[in-house]
Design a protein around this ligand. Structure first.
Ligand code: NPG
Length: 367
C-alpha cells in the first residue's frame, strides 16, 4: 500500500555549460518523486528545466501541478496505468505526469520483482550511445569537444545548431571526422519554413537527420520542409502524444521520431509511440533531458525496445555530472548496459542526494 508521496527538490551542476538555440544550461534544478509504500519505494525524475524555454513546462510549475492536481488523484492502491487514465483529465503537463508515472511504475515493478526493461518489452541488454554537443564558442572548440567525445567512444554525434551557426559548423565536423561518423543536428525549433533552401544545404553532409527545425506547433510547416530538404526530418518538441505522433506520420511531417518520456507524459505513452513507429517501419531513438541516474536508468530501459534502431542521447553519467545521484552509468565500447534487476534498477545514493537536497515535501496518502 502506498503511504505517502514525497517531492524531493535538489540541485546539481553540469560538468560544462550546455548551450542550445534557446538557452544555456549550467545546472539542473531537480525534482524527484518518491512513492513510499509499506515495504517498497519507487523513484521518478521530472525532466522539466528551471524555465519554460524548451517547452511550456518548468520545474516549479510541475511541482504546483503535482501538488494541486496530480498527487490528490493517487490512492494507496493506484497503479501507474490507473494514474495515466485518471490524469488524462488534466490537460498537458506531460513532464509532471511522467515523473509521477515513473515513480509508480518503479514502485509496482519492484513489488512484482520485474525490471522496467522486461515490463516494457526490451530486446537489448545494452544500448548504443550518442552524445549531444552544445553550441560551442568557436569551430576550434567544437572540434576539440567532438574529438573528446569520440575518444570516449560515443557512436553518434549530435550537434546543436541555430541560424548562423549551422552549415559551417557541420562542414568543419564532417571534414575533420570523415564521412562515416554518424552525425545529426538539432535546431530546437530555431528556424522557419522560409529557411528551407538554407537547411537543404545540409543535404551534402549525409546527416542521419535534422531534429525539430521548426516551432513545436508548426507540424504542417515540417510537411513542406520535408519536401524541400533531402535529409530526414525528425520531430522532438512537436511530438507530445501518441495521437500527435500518428498524425505527424500520416501527413509526412517527419520520418523519424525522438521519444522522450517526459515530453509525452510517461513510459506507457512512450511504448505506444514506439509500437506505432515499429509497426510502420519508422525509426525512433531515445532523447535526453540532462537526466541524472534516476531518469537515465528508466530511459535506458525504454531505449532497449526493438524499434530504437538509432543511437539515443543516453550518454554516460560523467558527460553531465561529476557525481551522479545513483551509481554512475558508464560507456563501454560505445554502449551502456540496461539495468535488469527490479524496477528502474537504481536508487539514489542517500548521502549524495542528501547533500544536494534543498527540500522534501511529504504528502500522506490516506484514501
Ligand atoms: O544528453 O540528456 C542529454 C541532452 C540531450 O540535447 C539534448 N537535449 O533538445 O533534446 C534536446 C536537449 C535539451 C537539453 C532539451 C536541455 C531541454 C533541455
Amino acid at each position: 500500500m502506498i503511504r505517502r508521496i514525497e517531492i524531493v527538490r535538489a540541485h546539481i551542476n553540469l560538468v560544462s555549460p550546455f548551450r542550445t538555440s534557446f538557452a544555456t544550461e549550467v545546472d539542473r534544478n531537480l525534482l524527484y518523486v518518491r512513492v513510499v509504500g509499506d515495504d517498497e519505494e519507487g523513484w521518478g525524475e521530472c525532466v522539466a528545466m528551471a524555465a519554460p524555454l524548451y517547452s511550456s513546462e518548468f520545474v516549479d510549475g510541475c511541482e504546483e501541478v503535482m501538488k494541486r492536481y496530480l498527487i490528490p488523484m493517487i490512492s494507496s492502491l493506484t497503479t501507474a496505468e490507473e494514474f495515466v487514465q485518471k490524469s488524462a483529465a488534466i490537460r498537458g503537463n506531460f513532464m509532471a505526469k511522467a515523473a509521477i508515472e515513473a515513480a509508480l511504475l518503479d514502485y509496482q515493478l519492484r513489488k512484482a520483482s520485474m525490471s522496467l526493461a522486461n515490463f516494457l518489452g526490451a530486446t537489448q541488454t545494452k544500448v548504443a550511445s550518442g552524445v549531444s554537443v552544445g553550441i560551442q564558442p568557436t569551430i576550434d572548440d567544437l572540434l576539440r569537444v567532438v574529438a573528446e567525445y569520440r575518444a570516449d567512444g560515443y557512436v553518434r554525434i549530435k550537434l546543436k545548431i541555430e541560424p548562423g551557426l549551422d552549415i559551417d559548423r557541420v562542414r568543419a565536423v564532417r571534414d575533420a571526422f570523415g564521412p562515416d561518423m554518424l552525425l545529426q543536428v538539432d535546431a530546437n525549433a530555431a528556424y522557419t519554413v522560409d529557411d528551407a533552401a538554407h537547411l537543404a544545404k545540409l543535404d551534402e553532409f549525409n546527416l542521419l537527420l535534422i531534429e525539430q527545425p521548426l516551432p513545436e506547433e508548426d507540424i504542417v510547416g515540417h510537411v513542406e520542409l520535408s519536401k524541400r530538404v533531402g535529409t530526414p526530418i525528425c520531430l522532438d518538441e512537436s511530438i507530445t502524444s501518441y495521437d500527435v505522433a500518428r498524425g505527424a506520420l500520416d501527413i509526412n511531417a517527419c520520418s523519424i521520431i525522438n521519444i522522450k518520456p517526459g515530453r509525452v507524459g510517461g513510459y506507457l505513452e512512450s511504448k505506444r509511440i514506439h509500437d506505432l513507429c515499429l509497426s510502420r517501419g519508422v525509426p525512433v531513438w531515445c532523447g535526453g533531458m540532462l537526466e541524472t541516474g534516476i531518469g537515465r536508468a528508466a530511459n535506458l530501459a525504454l531505449a532497449a525496445l526493438p524499434g530504437f534502431t538509432l543511437p539515443g542521447d543516453t550518454s554516460a553519467s560523467k558527460r553531465y555530472f561529476t557525481q551522479d545521484v545513483t551509481t554512475p552509468f558508464e560507456l563501454v565500447d560505445g554502449y551502456i548496459n540496461v539495468p535488469n534487476t527490479v524496477g528502474i534498477g537504481v536508487r539514489p545514493i542517500a548521502e549524495v542526494l542528501g547533500a544536494m537536497t534543498s527540500r522534501v515535501d511529504s504528502y500522506s496518502i490516506t484514501k
